[in-house]
Ligand binder design. Structure first.
Ligand code: ADP
Ligand code: ASP
Ligand code: MG
Length: 403
């Protein structure tokens, strides 16, 4: 088999853990498999580098950030390759460029445009274990780009898809996908299987166990994806097509996203095209908008509230400031102390009342709901951040996910 194994930050968090990873990879190779390994930076390393840059600038150049942040993964890739080589394997460490990962120009959250796996293929043919530095690629001009936080998951899935691997294993610090973050609700249960769509919702709504774009890619390329722990041999969770799951539960999980901020636009001039104008400008600035609500104010203007990822707040503010300066918006305010809790399940498609039970749970816990958004398979609520854990545990109990 050709297997892609991705090891996250905690799994390569120190030299002993890298040695442990080397043993696991070596065993996989000795069983007769071809192996491509994708590694993250040591845990905490990327944040440390971000902090270094912030020491010099509130708004550092995104191209320079990519030069900086991509270095963490190169450290672990080369160390793991050296360790495996010492164990008697033929190995090669690769940057994103050498692995043939080409992206667009969107620094710090680049999208993969293509992967040219020829160099990887040739090295596999020669019996080498390939260790790829995750989270990075190059644009067509040859500049280093990174794939967004948590992006090593995407590197792994995209490589698995491009090279036609039989399996893509994501090794992390929990033994699979749980009904909610087990660090928030210790009663959370591990799922044996989950559909691509549900996993995509959970990941997009804040469950950082898999980067959302990696799940999107896995679904598109039909990658056999398994999440498991690097600390034991416990079986993990298979992420697969919905039809492979016999009995879809009503609700499969609760997600929490703390990295959201709320933007309130007060006194927006009421004329056709204004919303389109504002949101088009935000899109051009590559700000991802989530929940939106709009309502009429007394004086004939409107108020528009929406949420954005905290990391994109600065970009959003610049756009809004321009409208305030023009007089199209009277006032604006920002709140980072919010979070979004979401209930996800494909079973919702055919059952009524799921959302109502979520709202009742908030009421029972005296939690005020600020914003609501729903889709076929999820209900999201924006609430005060201080109630995050209470809300997650309450919802987990309401849908009996601990049973
Ligand atoms: P890595 O460094 O290996 O990429 P991450 O920290 O990115 O690991 O993701 C693993 C973490 O995701 C877990 O430690 C856990 O706290 C969190 N998590 C959030 N939601 C879930 C969930 N539904 N199931 C499992 N883990 C979850
Ligand atoms: N090191 C990067 C991050 O912390 C990428 C990753 O770990 O997947 O976001
Ligand atoms: Mg991760």
């Amino acid at each position: 088999m050709l297997i892609v194994q991705k090891f996250g930050g905690t799994s390569v968090g120190d030299l002993d853990r890298i040695a442990n990873v080397a043993k696991r990879v070596s065993a996989t190779k000795k069983e007769g498999n071809d192996v491509i390994v994708v590694v993250s930076a040591m845990s905490g390393e990327t944040n440390k580098l971000v902090g270094y840059a912030e020491n010099f600038s509130k708004n550092p150049s995104k191209a320079e950030m990519d030069m900086l942040l991509s270095s963490g993964e190169r450290v672990t890739a080369s160390l793991l390759s050296i360790a495996l080589n010492e164990m008697g394997h033929k190995t090669v460490a690769m940057t994103g460029r050498k692995a043939g990962i080409i992206t667009d120009d969107s620094h710090t959250k680049a999208r993969i445009e293509e992967i040219n796996p020829e160099v990887m293929r040739a090295n596999i043919q020669e019996g080498r274990i390939i260790v790829v530095a995750g989270f990075q690629g190059v644009n067509y001009a040859g500049d280093i780009t990174t794939l967004g936080r948590g992006g090593s998951d995407l590197s792994a899935v995209a490589i698995a898809g491009a090279i036609g691997a039989d399996l893509c294993e994501i090794y992390t610090d929990v033994s699979g996908i749980y009904t909610t973050d087990p660090r928030i609700e210790p009663k959370a249960k591990k799922l044996d299987k989950i559909s691509y769509d549900e996993m995509l919702e959970l990941a997009s709504l804040g469950a950082k166990v898999l980067q959302n774009r990696s799940v999107e890619m896995a679904k598109k390329l039909n990658v056999n994806l398994v999440t498991r722990t690097s600390f034991s041999n416990e079986e993990g969770t298979l992420i697969t097509k919905e039809e492979n799951i016999m009995e879809a539960p009503l609700v499969s999980g609760i997600a929490l996203d703390r990295n959201q901020a709320r933007i309130s636009l007060i006194g927006v001039i009421d004329k056709p095209g204004i919303a389109s104008d504002i949101f088009n400008r935000l899109a051009e600035a590559e700000v991802n908008i989530d929940v939106i609500i709009q309502n009429k104010a007394q004086d004939g203007t409107t108020n528009i509230d929406f949420t954005v990822p905290v990391a994109e707040l600065n970009d959003a503010k610049s756009v809004v400031d321009a409208f305030v300066a023009k007089g199209d918006i009277k006032d604006d305010s920002y709140n980072e102390n919010i979070c979004k809790v979401s209930v996800v399940g494909v079973g919702m498609k055919s059952h009524a009342g799921v959302a109502a039970r979520a709202f009742s749970t908030m009421a029972e816990n005296n939690i005020n709901i600020n914003m609501i958004s729903t889709s076929e398979i999820k209900v999201s609520m924006v609430i005060d951040e201080k109630y995050a854990e209470l809300a997650v545990r309450g919802l987990h109990a309401t849908y009996e996910l601990d049973k």
